[in-house]
Ligand binder design. Structure first.
Ligand code: ZN
Length: 288
């Protein structure tokens, strides 16, 4: 689960937040669809990420789609994203929305088993397109190691590979990079997972019952925004601090969305790694 890897989500600010925060149009559409269905669950498995997790209501920044998803498609398939709740509200007339942002590339990379902290560049939503459809390195390591193990038997390769060992090495490297980007976690779930990786013993203890719930801080700041109706406008400003804050998400059950039309299924992610070992085979999805 997410809390096994992170003590808190990143505190975004500046240009990153301007790109990641939902504008009033997006807030209204996600409120209609249900924010909770699209929030990253703290005490559960992150939903499958999609190529379109941050651009279903706009043209895809990678250039593969020139328009937002149609209302017909959205009404049939729903919205499927990975949202993080922010402090404060955004107001449009009589409507008040809880501020949200899309998942940050460092968060999505880590939860998909990829190293966080890479130089993502300045087009954050386009980075999310790529991360949303990558094959998880965890799964790639496992599958690739098994292939090499089989090839070693008839001596088609000159060295033996231990898939369990390779997986452990990747997980250890993943957590080292996690520490560099997010800081060393100190809460029970994340410490338990670190111990599990250190010991190369992939049996997840049931920590969820003993872990205090992350506290939400609703409504501390209210941001009034004038709805312009144009996509990409009206982005609420946030705090300037890059320091970590306590998690602002209320934990809720794991949510796995039904696959949208043309959606690609990413990889079995790190969170899946926690829920069962060895990893399941790749899921079959279509591209979004
Ligand atoms: Zn695209």
């Amino acid at each position: 689960m997410v809390a096994s890897l992170l003590d808190q989500f990143l505190s975004c600010f500046g240009k990153e937040l301007e790109q990641l925060e939902l504008d009033l149009y997006e807030l209204r559409r996600f409120e209609e669809a249900g924010f909770e269905k699209n929030e990253v669950p703290w005490m559960g498995q992150m939903a499958t990420s999609l190529h379109s997790i941050a651009n279903q209501l706009m043209a895809c920044p990678c250039g593969c789609r020139a328009f937002a998803f149609t209302d017909q498609r959205l009404s049939q398939g729903g919205l499927h994203s990975l949202l993080i709740r922010l402090e404060g509200c955004a107001r449009c007339g009589q409507n008040v929305y809880v501020r949200h942002r899309y998942i940050h590339p460092d968060e999505l990379a880590l939860l998909n088993g990829m190293l966080p902290g890479l130089p993502w560049g300045c087009h954050i939503r386009m980075v999310l397109c790529a991360l949303g459809q990558l094959a998880s390195p965890i799964q790639s390591t496992w599958v690739g190691s098994l292939v090499l193990q089989h090839l070693a038997k008839p001596r088609l390769v000159d060295h033996a590979v231990d898939p369990q060992q390779k997986l452990s090495e990747w997980m250890a490297k993943l957590l080292q990079h996690r520490d560099q980007v997010f800081g060393i976690p100190t809460k029970p779930n994340s410490k338990a997972f670190q111990i599990m990786v250190n010991n190369q013993s992939f049996v997840q203890p049931n920590m969820s019952q003993s872990t205090p719930k992350p506290s939400a801080k609703p409504g501390l700041v209210t941001v009034d925004l004038a709805e312009s109706g144009a996509k990409g406008s009206g982005v609420a400003k946030a705090s300037k601090s890059r320091t970590m804050t306590s998690n602002q998400i209320e934990p809720h059950d794991m949510i796995i969305p039904a696959d949208a039309d043309n959606s690609i299924a990413p990889p079995t992610a790190t969170a899946s790694f926690l829920s069962g070992f060895p990893l399941h085979g790749p899921e079959t999805h279509t591209h979004t």
